[in-house]
Design a protein around this ligand. Structure first.
Ligand code: TXA
Ligand code: MG
Length: 352
């Protein structure tokens, strides 16, 4: 397939391009476009065939449901018949923004979108390109625009690498602000439950709705015993071609430990890349590894926005092994470490 490539400035949107992209969507096609979290692969959420072509393009298991993206609260009321007061509180506080809310689905939502579930995941993204696309077409089902299992795309070049030739169009709208996928909260149960951590943090949610449950698999640091409540969270995820090891320890002991590990791997003819916080970047021995600067530990948003790009960069350098500094699990660190640990397949070393 010949993929069309468009370029859009989110602050000065060319409506002619939005029209072309919307028309591709309304004809059942697939368009990748940036959101504030990661690039999404969009299709008409109410068109079964269009939705099923998302699964084909990504190589995604069919029991892994999709998030529906809306631009107005009226659209919400087409997709669900039951919005509890707590959901309104969350929407008022965080929409448009990186929060997905699980609600009971209405009849017009195809089971192809929900992976056979009676519930539907909905969010209103905070990105002008995506919002314009929805306003000019329909609510959009959009998973991250990567081949299933790979790190989510946070730049146009990542989408091109994974999906060029497999989808109808890709919109270059610049880099994504947050860099990790939306927080997901289920409000269909008596006590709400956090299913995926993201940039809307636990304490931000608590300040609006009080206490809620946290799916136990989110904080798991070992191979999972239980099945996560968000079906997609059980699959191997966010993984580059290189194998990833996460090293936990204090900021000060990490460089020495990682340097000696890199040396051992190097002696075994492995090419090593290190994902480092800015504070430690200059402490690595660049004769045995390449180092990617994730950003300062003082600014977790910068680290989240660089994480997937860092993993993909090491593949670009053809590394065999990625050694990643573990960081705090406080605030946005919970989401960052959730993605990093999963990208490693739970391959974690904790320095004694
Ligand atoms: O930030 C995001 O959420 C990005 C952008 C493109 O919006 N999208 C995204 O989609 O991350 P995806 O498909 O990569 O992840 C969707 C997650 C999966 O873990 C899936 O299992 C879960 O949402 N999910 C979807 N519908 C669900 C439902 N009804 N119940 C529980 N989990 C659900
Ligand atoms: Mg994904």
């Amino acid at each position: 397939m010949q993929t069309k490539h468009f370029k859009l400035d989110p602050n000065n949107i060319d409506q002619e391009i939005i029209k072309q992209a919307s028309s591709i969507i309304m004809q059942g096609g697939l368009v990748a476009t940036p959101t504030e979290t990661v690039y999404g692969l969009c299709a008409n959420a109410l068109d079964k065939e269009a939705v099923s072509s998302i699964y084909t393009a990504k190589g995604r298991p069919s029991d892994n449901p999709l998030i529906i993206h809306i631009a107005t609260k009226e659209q919400l009321l087409q997709l669900t018949n039951n919005v509890p007061p707590i959901a309104y509180k969350l929407m008022d506080a965080f929409w448009p923004g990186p929060l997905t809310i699980i609600l009971p689905k209405s009849d017009i939502v195809p089971y192809d979108t929900t992976g056979g579930l009676e519930t539907v995941a909905i969010r209103m993204p905070n990105n002008n390109i995506m919002l314009e696309l929805i306003k000019n077409s329909t609510p959009l089902s959009a998973p991250s625009a990567n081949i299933s299992g790979r790190p989510s795309p946070t730049k146009y070049s990542h989408v091109v690498y994974d999906l060029d030739g497999k989808i109808d169009a890709i919109i270059d709208g610049g880099a994504c602000t947050y860099g990790i996928e939306s927080t997901i909260i289920d409000v269909t149960t008596d006590t709400p439950c956090l299913l995926r951590p993201g940039s809307i943090t636990v304490s931000m949610l608590q300040s609006v709705i009080g206490d809620f449950d946290i799916d136990s698999t989110i904080t798991a640091n070992t191979v999972l015993q239980e099945t996560p409540k968000a079906p997609g969270m059980k699959y191997k995820h966010y993984s580059p071609s290189a194998s990833v090891t996460v090293i936990n320890g204090t900021q000060f002991e990490l460089p020495n430990y990682i340097n000696s590990l890199a040396k051992q791997l190097n002696d075994n003819n492995k090419k090593v890349g290190v994902l480092s916080t800015s504070e430690n970047v200059h402490l690595y021995d660049t004769s045995i590894c390449d180092v990617y600067d994730l950003g300062t530990i003082q600014d977790l948003n910068t680290i989240s926005s660089n994480l997937f790009a860092g993993l993909r960069y090491m593949d670009y350098l053809n590394k065999d092994e990625i050694l990643a500094e573990g960081i705090t699990t406080n605030d946005e660190g919970l989401a960052i470490m959730n993605r990093l640990v999963k990208s490693s397949g739970y391959n974690i070393i904790t320095i004694d």
